[in-house]
Design a protein around this ligand. Structure first.
Ligand SMILES: Nc1ncnc2c1ncn2[C@@H]1O[C@H](COP(=O)(O)OP(=O)(O)OP(=O)(O)O)[C@@H](O)[C@H]1O
Ligand SMILES: [Mg+2]
Length: 254
């Protein structure tokens, strides 16, 4: 369970998270959507101690992060990171490790899993994301979509309770988006909690139980995807989803 209370953050004096309250329950799948610059990545990064914040609290189970430098809260951050996985918007793969090496690195060196077991599980995960045949390739030899899938397999290798993903489908073709939805759906049914930033409304509609719309550092709307995406209450959500234009065309009699 992750709980965020009155979370605020400034960059250079500018408020980018403005009193966020949110709860992410076990097994729940949340899609974070909203226009560029709204604070989605920043919120996600605050949830596992990648980013310091100025006010409020972030609770992950019994660990609570306080405002101020997260580096000074090292023990809590490490405890949180053991349970909360992260897939970055820019993937951040280890350039000097193969696909399989990327996936086995943390289980071997952070979790202390045995080599044989780590390799077995790593190959299994690469198969799940459709990359068995590329396990020995280095990131520079992989396409964007392939790197993205390695990043997902790498996060799953730590068997997290919660997985935070920043636009996990941005480099995937429609078929791969479908495959990723199926994989995450399976993990969700096994109890994984998912919070994903996405611009892919199909991803939100098919996978999420809840959509949060972030705009100007605030949650301006939340609810089940079928409601929020089809008939949003907030004017800004309508505009973001491209519904505003249709509405204005209708009023113009088009
Ligand atoms: N390191 C930084 N220093 C200063 N400002 C930052 C920094 N990182 C983000 N910002 C600003 O904070 C705001 C929120 O950024 P954030 O990356 O969270 O947006 P986002 O919703 O993830 O956008 P996108 O959809 O484009 O990824 C933006 O105005 C951005 O310019
Ligand atoms: Mg972002």
């Amino acid at each position: 369970m992750i709980e965020v209370e009155k979370l605020s953050k400034r960059y250079d004096g500018r408020l980018v998270l403005d009193g966020i309250d949110a709860t992410f329950a076990p097994g729940e799948v949340t899609a974070l959507v909203g226009p560029s610059g709204g604070g989605k990545s920043t919120l996600l990064r605050c949830l596992n101690g990648l980013e310091s914040f100025d006010a409020g609290v972030v609770r992950v189970g019994s660990d609570a992060l306080a405002p101020g430098d997260v580096r000074a809260q090292g023990e809590k951050v490490r405890s949180i990171r053991r349970r909360v996985g992260f897939v970055f918007q820019q993937w951040h793969l280890f350039a000097h490790r193969t696909a399989l090496g990327n996936v086995t690195e943390a289980p071997l060196h952070v979790k202390g899993v045995g080599r044989k077991e780590a390799l077995e599980r790593g190959r299994e995960l690469l198969e799940k994301v459709g990359l068995s045949h590329r396990q020995d390739a280095y990131p520079s030899e992989l396409s964007g979509g392939e790197q993205q899938r390695v990043a997902i397999a790498r996060a799953l290798a730590m068997e997290p309770e919660v997985l935070l993903m920043d636009e996990p489908t941005s480099a995937l073709d429609p078929e791969r988006v479908g495959a990723l939805i199926d994989l995450l759906e399976q993990l969700r049914s096994e109890g994984l909690t998912l919070v994903s930033v996405t611009h892919e409304m199909r991803f939100a509609r098919e996978l999420a139980s809840r959509v949060l719309v972030l705009y100007g550092g605030r949650i301006i709307e939340e609810g089940p995807p079928e409601r929020v995406l089809a008939s949003p209450h907030h004017e800004r959500t309508r505009a973001f989803l491209g519904l505003g234009r249709v509405a204005s065309l209708r009023t113009m009699g088009a």
